[in-house]
Design a protein around this ligand. Structure first.
Ligand code: GAL
Length: 371
C-alpha cells in the first residue's frame, strides 16, 4: 500500500472515528439501535423528559417502530441547542425519516436544510415546525379544538349561556416558543370572548389579552409548573384581597394546572363548591389524581398512542413510496408552506369518566390512579 494511500486511509479513519465520537459525546439521552448508516433508521427527536407526556410519546413511538422492523434513534433534549445537535447527529446517520417534536419550532431551519440535502423526510410531531420548507408532514391532535373544548367546558360549568355571572377568570397560555400554544389559547378565547365583552367574565389581575394575537401576555415559558405557580401566587396576592375569590382558571395544559392548583391550595382554597374551575390537557398522572380529588375540573386527553400509530403509518408510506394519508391541507401554514397534516381528535376527561376513558382504554391502570 503506497504511503500516500496509507495517509489518506488513516485520515479517513480518524475523521470517521471523530464523527462517531462526536455523535456519541452528545448522545446524552435516549437510545440508538443502529449503526452509522442503517438502511431503515428512523430518528425520533423529543422535548424534555421533565414534561410527562413526552416520555410516553417517545417510548411508544420507539416501541412500535422497532416492532415494525425499523431501527431507531430516540433522543430527548432539555434545550433548543441540545435538540439541534441531536437532530444534526441523527441526520449524519442517514435516517429514512426524522420525527421531530420541536422545543422551539422556529429554530430548526438550518438543521432541516441538511436533512433535505440528504433526502431525509421530516415529520413534525405534535408541534408544527416553522420558517422552513423542509418539513414534509405534520401529525398532531386538533390544537384549536383542544382550546375550544376548554372554553366550552368553562361556559357550560358556569352556566354562562343562562346569563349567570359575573365570574372572576384568570387566563394562562403555553410557552411562547411552542406553535401549539397560540392554537390552544385561540380555541378557548374565541369561546370565552363574548362573555368577557359582556362582563359576565372579568379578569381581576388585568391579564386579559385584548385579542388572540396577544396570547403571549399570559404565556408560561417552557410550560413550567413552578412558573405557573409563582404567577398564580402573584395574581392572588395582588388582586384577590378582601375576600375576593377566583372562580375559574383557563389552564392550557396539566403542567401549568398543577402549579396553579398548588398556588390555590397555599392560599387556602379547598376542593368543594367554592373551588375554582381549572382546565388542563394531557391527562398527566398527577393531574388525573387531582381530578379524582376535585382539585382540577377536567383535562383534554390526547391519547398519544394513537398519535404514534398515525406516525408509524406515515413512516411506512414514506419508506414504501406510497401516498401519505393526511386530513388537513389548509390549517397549518408554517410561514413557508401549508404543511400536509393529520389531525386526531382530543377528548374531554372529567372525574365522572376517568375510569371509562383512561382506565378502560389501558392508558392508566386502576391501581396507578389509586382506584
Ligand atoms: C404542547 C403539547 C401539549 C402540552 C405542552 C407541554 O405542545 O401539544 O400536549 O402538554 O406542549 O408539553
Amino acid at each position: 500500500m503506497s504511503k500516500n494511500f496509507r495517509v489518506l486511509a488513516s485520515v479517513a479513519l480518524a475523521a470517521s472515528l471523530a464523527a462517531t465520537s462526536a455523535c456519541s459525546s452528545t448522545r446524552d439521552e435516549g437510545s440508538t439501535d443502529s449503526g452509522a448508516s442503517a438502511s431503515n433508521l428512523i430518528g425520533i427527536a423529543m422535548p424534555q423528559k421533565s414534561l410527562e407526556r413526552w416520555n410516553k410519546d417517545g417510548s411508544h413511538l420507539d416501541e412500535i417502530l422497532k416492532k415494525a422492523g425499523y431501527q431507531t434513534s430516540l433522543q430527548h433534549a432539555d434545550s433548543v441547542e441540545q435538540q439541534i445537535t441531536q437532530i444534526q447527529n441523527m441526520i449524519n446517520q442517514n435516517p429514512k425519516v426524522l420525527v421531530v417534536a420541536s422545543i422551539d419550532g422556529t429554530a430548526l431551519a438550518p438543521a432541516l436544510e441538511k436533512a433535505a440535502e440528504k433526502k431525509v423526510k421530516v415529520i413534525a410531531y405534535d408541534r408544527l415546525i416553522n420558517s422552513t420548507p423542509n418539513v414534509d408532514y405534520y401529525a398532531t391532535f386538533d390544537n384549536y379544538q383542544v382550546g375550544k373544548l376548554q372554553g366550552e367546558f368553562i361556559v357550560e360549568k358556569l352556566g354562562l349561556k343562562d346569563g349567570k355571572g359575573p365570574f372572576n377568570l384568570e387566563p394562562f397560555a403555553g410557552s411562547d416558543d411552542d406553535n401549539n400554544a397560540k392554537f390552544f389559547f385561540s380555541g378557548a378565547w374565541d369561546v370565552l370572548k363574548p362573555y368577557l365583552d359582556s362582563g359576565k367574565l372579568v379578569v381581576p389581575s388585568g391579564k386579559k389579552p385584548a385579542s388572540n394575537d396577544e396570547w403571549t401576555k399570559v404565556s408560561v415559558k417552557g410550560w413550567k409548573t413552578e412558573t405557573a405557580q409563582s404567577e398564580m401566587d402573584n395574581r392572588l396576592n395582588s388582586f384577590y384581597t378582601g375576600g375576593k375569590k377566583v372562580n375559574v382558571v383557563l389552564s392550557p395544559n396539566d403542567s401549568l394546572a398543577l402549579g396553579i392548583a398548588q398556588s390555590l391550595e397555599s392560599k387556602g382554597y379547598k376542593p368543594g363548591a367554592d373551588y375554582p374551575i381549572i382546565t388542563g390537557q394531557d391527562a398527566d398522572l398527577a393531574n388525573t389524581k387531582n381530578i379524582l380529588a376535585d382539585k382540577q375540573s377536567m383535562t383534554v386527553w390526547k391519547d398519544t398512542r394513537t398519535l404514534g400509530d398515525q406516525v408509524l403509518k406515515m413512516v411506512d408510506s414514506i419508506v414504501k413510496g406510497g401516498t401519505v394519508e393526511v386530513n388537513d391541507e389548509k390549517t397549518y401554514n408554517n410561514g413557508n408552506k401549508v404543511v400536509p397534516s393529520y389531525l386526531l381528535p382530543p377528548v374531554v376527561v372529567t372525574k365522572a369518566d376517568v375510569k371509562t376513558k383512561l382506565v378502560d382504554s389501558g392508558f392508566y391502570t386502576a391501581d396507578k390512579l389509586g382506584l
